[in-house]
Design a protein around this ligand. Structure first.
Ligand code: CMC
Length: 396
């Protein structure tokens, strides 16, 4: 191996120093800038947490008001950017649109961008946090053939997103439907907080890796969105709902548990297992509780939630899952809440992306503050053929 170690999947490699998020996987502890996730989830609004991640301290009332105004102010997107959506087929996956449209921000907002200037970097960060819900909602509206809804400055971050998603007229629909129920807005706020950051996960590492080359930050975040999309990462929330639908009923649980344990079968229990958490995922514990609350408040019972509970109970008693320390992760129950909020399944990973933008851009800001940032350039273990001579095409 020479002077480097072979570590596929970076299981034992710390690629950077960071002050943002701490995880103790053995004890199920997650801290943002030192604050326990449970306390932030209970008490904060999402933008307050975004401010904390970006700046290192919780804002005071004036700082939060100014930050919220800044985010609202930046929520509008360029009219020409809206036309991008016309180029996508109506059945394009919203994540595909998100990757493309967020990447295109680099072509729209470059004149005031100077990545060497801290003030310019903050503008870029707030612009991304502000515009992400607008782009996300626009991708959904395009997929259902409805006109886009402009962001409203008088609504909170979560209310504004729900309004842009579900309004049937151009505005003011928010107070006519159940989704303005403050308890449901609270549930969405909580999900956004829980998904806001998670140290060096695959998408954040991608943003850092792209950023280490000095690339345009909007393009770096688009790279992060692409990495998030996979079912082993943020795509798991969509995969969980599809899996529960496939399992269908509690009687089928043993059959699917057996499939998940069979190494010759590609089926895995989606929403189970985590690279770092080996006892429980503290986010899953909070989300499970919130599922009960949301379903009881909306007076609905979701058979998929009953099925998820049965699947969890069954798996946690199974020797295979116990031995491999596989527990429900953040994505196992989040989809049940999104479903109760009437968010369509193909938007689940987009929801994750909206929240994680705060984390991505905080990591990019932290990296850019370093006096020098080495380009991320892993080595490899070459296992190809040894040196050999070219053979002319007629002699092969
Ligand atoms: N179902 C069945 N077996 C599993 C599962 C699962 N969900 N997860 C891991 N295993 C087994 C795996 O087959 C392997 O067995 P063996 O040692 O006999 O080969 C062992 O457990 C270790 O798995 P691994 O894939 O080497 O572990 P990892 O740390 O590389 O992967 C993971 C972590 C999250 C990718 C994986 O657990 C997984 O694929 N889970 C399902 C997808 C999922 O829920 N992803 C969301 C992760 S949390 C949110 C996020 O990051 O976005």
């Amino acid at each position: 191996l020479g002077c480097f170690t072979y570590d596929p999947g970076f299981i034992a490699t710390a690629a950077c120093k960071s002050k943002i998020t701490y995880i103790d996987g053995d004890n199920g502890i997650l801290l943002y800038r030192g604050y326990p996730i449970e306390q932030l989830a209970e008490n904060c609004e999402f933008t307050e947490v975004a401010y904390l991640l970006m700046n290192g301290e919780l804002p005071d009332a004036t700082q939060l008001r100014d930050f919220n105004e800044e985010i609202s102010d930046r929520a509008i997107i360029h009219e020409a950017l809206r036309k991008f959506f016309d180029g996508f087929h109506y059945d394009a996956h919203p994540m595909a649109m998100l990757v493309g449209v967020v990447g295109s921000l680099s072509a729209f907002y470059h004149s005031d961008l100077n990545i060497k200037d801290p003030a310019s970097r903050i503008i870029c960060a707030t612009r991304l946090i502000g515009k992400m819900p607008t782009i996300a909602a626009a991708s959904y509206r395009h997929s259902i053939g409805r006109p886009f809804v402009y962001p409203r400055m008088d609504l909170s971050y979560c209310e504004n997103f729900l309004n842009m998603m579900f309004s049937r007229s151009s505005q003011n629909y928010i107070d006519q439907e159940h989704y303005i129920d403050p308890n449901l807005v609270k549930a969405l706020n909580l999900l956004f907080i829980l998904h806001a950051d998670h140290e060096q996960n695959a998408s954040t590492s991608t943003v850092r890796m792209a950023g280490s080359t000095g690339a345009n930050p909007y393009a770096c975040v688009a790279a992060g969105i692409a990495a998030l999309w996979g079912p082993a990462h943020g795509g798991a929330n969509e995969a969980v709902l599809n899996m529960l639908a496939q399992i269908g009923s509690v009687e089928n649980v043993p059959k699917y548990i057996a499939k998940a344990k069979d190494h010759d079968d590609p089926f895995r229990l989606m929403g189970f297992g985590h690279r770092v958490y080996k006892n429980f995922d503290p986010r899953a514990t909070i989300i499970r509780k919130t599922c009960y609350e949301v379903l009881s408040r909306t007076n609905t019972s979701d058979p998929l939630f009953e099925l998820a509970l049965a699947l969890e109970e069954y798996a946690l008693k199974d020797e295979y899952f116990i031995e491999k320390k596989l527990y429900p992760n953040v994505d196992f129950y989040s989809g049940i809440i999104y479903k109760a909020l009437h968010i369509p399944v193909e938007m689940f990973t987009v929801m994750f992306a909206i929240a994680r933008t705060a984390g991505w851009i905080s990591h990019w800001l932290e990296m850019m503050e370093e006096p020098t940032t080495p380009i991320s350039r892993p080595r490899q273990l070459y296992v190809g053929p040894p040196r050999r001579d070219y053979v002319a095409i007629n002699n092969r």
